[in-house]
Design a protein around this ligand. Structure first.
Ligand code: ADP
Length: 609
């Protein structure tokens, strides 16, 4: 659909309803977040809404009193006091605009923080079913880019209500003189209101049309200035190619938005001309009254002429306020849809308690699993018992299903068949936060937290002990990280990014050891390591596993690795092939079987011979 076409599903009343619903949301949220600020800002805005009428009234009075004074029928005191009242009102009126900015930044602070924190919480609450879903990603993308627009909703709401107040007060004042003038005034603004609402809708819709290209353009833009990716770009001379792509998508996405505004400009001009003609007509009616009706003074003429001008001003501002509000409201609707998303991995309302202090027994009982939106079983009839203190390894070709087993154990997804038991309790019935306390995990794609000092990067493994520097050092010694951290410019206080002064970067293996230290620092009963030492040299790896074996006695360790030097030390090795366990036993047992493990081991060993 083109931007200038109507969306028949969105009626005028639906738009009004959206605005009403969201005005209520903005006001009630503001009231809940900061009552004092709410009262303070509403009073200033209400003052702004009513003052123009007072100014019109005082000006009318001033003219009549001045005429009377010049004709000698009244003293000078009256026009002088009107002048003084006008000056005082003007000062307060002007100052109210200065205060508006102050109010605005306070409102934005409160609201932006509130909105952002809700989004953070929601991201945590949702699960991989969402993270891997393109509709979810579209929605999340829209919200992330437009959170600023959404945080303007409270001030825009107050601005709109101010204009409504002004319009109502002005209408009441004019209706006393002539109801038909009021009618004419309302007719004069219809085209403007319709145009602005159409534009608001089109501005929002354009996001849907450009969403994919916008994501691509942002990705390209980020890549072109990402120091971690710059080397390959240089060598492959990719930057010219990427820049051309970025340029193409940047132009296309922005042009789509410019198109919307171009269509709107044409309509706006038409509406303004229509409004101007009616205004002229009303002015002429008022003029005729002064000329023909002695009771209608020049002061009255000026009072009403100003009211009519104020009405037009206020209605124009109200319409554009309505437009910007309905535009932010459309995003606000998205935001509320986002916040309303429910995790698909359901957590039990009355979870069964698990003892956090004791290492649990884990059992996979006839587990089958298909990824969401996929018909293919990635795991099928998988049975595995992990006793407390077991040291197990999962091996197998890429895509065999090893990481999937860990993801299920972490309850990132629910199993499609069978069950996973933790101390004989179905993992679905456990308290997930209690279960996570039992687990320390290092994934292949681990987090780096480079903006934190290295001690924090390790300490966040157990936030409750984040300042336990001795524990942090012990964990990094175990991970083989202490020696090089100790040589960093500020030792454990060094920041691990060159973005900051005195910051530094680490090699792949060094990063992996910091992440490993974080997992060790957690000191959890179950340690899960997915390719933990793939970037670490053989000698350091050997030493790390020596230390793990010495300290993990009571605890369970689950390792996924392609390196047999790592795998062979496990008590029990599971060989996974195409989602099934095909062999299980110690290194010696499996070597004797001369099966798949033996074959994989020999293939790797040959590489070293
Ligand atoms: P491994 O860790 O043994 O290399 P994985 O457990 O990562 O294997 O993957 C097992 C299978 O599941 C592979 O065929 C992979 O393509 C598929 N798979 C992995 N993650 C997803 C996902 N998020 N959505 C759909 N399929 C997936």
């Amino acid at each position: 659909m083109k931007p200038d076409q109507d969306d028949s599903s969105t009626s005028f009343w639906q738009n009004i309803n959206n605005v009403r619903e969201n005005v209520w949301f903005a006001l009630s949220t503001m009231w809940r977040l900061d009552k004092k600020l709410f009262i303070f800002s509403s009073s200033i805005y209400a003052f702004q809404g009513l003052t123009p009428i007072l100014i019109a009234f005082l000006t009318g009075q001033l003219i009549d009193f001045t005429i009377a004074a010049s004709a000698g029928t009244a003293g000078l005191m009256l026009p002088l006091s009107m002048l003084a009242a006008l000056a005082a009102t003007q000062v307060l009126f002007s100052h109210s605009f200065n205060m508006q900015y102050y109010i605005t930044i306070r409102l934005r602070k409160v609201f932006s923080m509130y909105l952002a924190e809700k989004v953070f919480d929601k991201f945590q609450q949702l699960d991989h079913n969402h993270y891997e879903d393109s509709t979810f990603n579209k929605l999340a993308n829209k919200i992330t880019y437009n959170v600023n627009v959404i945080s303007l909703v409270p001030e825009r709401t107050l601005q709109l209500l101010t204009r409504v107040l002004q319009l109502v007060a002005t209408t009441l004042a004019i209706i006393v003189l002539s109801p038909s003038i009021v009618l004419l005034l309302f007719v004069s603004i219809i085209p403007l209101v319709v145009t602005l609402m159409k534009t608001a809708r089109a501005r929002w819709q354009v996001w849907d049309w450009i969403d994919n290209e916008l994501r691509l353009r942002n990705y390209l833009g980020r890549t072109l200035q990402n120091v971690d990716e710059v080397n390959e770009l240089k060598i492959f001379k990719l930057s010219t190619y990427f820049r051309a792509l970025w340029r193409k998508y940047y132009s296309r996405t922005e042009d789509a938005r410019i198109d919307v505004e171009r269509h709107s400009q044409k309509r706006l001009l038409g509406s303004s001309v229509f409004e101007g003609l009616i205004q002229f007509g009303i002015g002429a009616i008022l003029l005729l009254r002064v000329v023909r009706n002695a009771a209608f003074s020049l002061g009255d003429f000026e009072f009403y002429r100003r009211l009519v001008a104020d009405f037009s001003n206020a209605s124009g501002q109200m319409a554009s306020g309505f437009q910007s509000l309905s535009e932010s409201n459309l995003f606000l609707h998205d935001y509320r849809d986002f916040i309303a998303l429910k995790p698909q991995v359901k957590h039990s309302k009355k979870p069964t308690h698990i003892n956090e202090k004791v290492t649990p027994r884990i059992e996979f009982r006839d587990v089958g699993f298909k990824y969401p939106k996929s018909n293919k079983y990635v795991l099928r009839h998988l049975n595995m018992i992990i006793e407390p203190g077991d040291d197990i390894a999962l091996v197998g070709a890429n895509g065999a299903g090893k990481t999937t087993i860990i993801k299920l154990l972490m309850r990132f997804y629910d199993v499609s068949e069978g069950e996973i038991l933790v101390d004989n309790i179905n993992i679905r019935d456990t308290d997930i936060s209690q279960w996570y306390k039992q687990v320390g995990a290092l994934f292949q794609q681990f987090n780096k937290y480079p903006y934190l000092k290295v001690k924090r990067s390790i300490g966040v493994g157990d936030v409750a002990r984040v300042d336990d520097i001795e524990g942090i050092q012990a964990a990094s010694e175990k991970a083989g990280a202490h020696a090089y951290i100790d040589k960093l410019p500020h030792k454990y206080d060094t920041v691990l990014t060159k973005v900051f002064d005195d910051g530094t970067d680490l090699s792949g293996g060094e990063w992996q050891r910091v992440a490993l230290a974080r997992a060790f620092f957690r000191d959890a009963n179950i340690l899960i390591l997915d390719e933990p030492t793939s970037a670490v040299d053989a000698k350091a790896e050997y030493e790390i596993f020596e230390r793990i074996n010495a300290t993990q006695k009571e605890k369970t360790t689950i390792i996924i690795s392609h390196r047999f030097s790592t795998v062979r030390n496990a008590d029990k090795i599971y060989v996974i092939d195409d989602g099934k366990i095909v062999e299980a036993g110690s290194h010696e047992e499996l070597m004797k079987q001369s099966g798949m493990y033996h074959e994989l081991f020999e293939t790797q060993a040959q590489g070293y011979r």
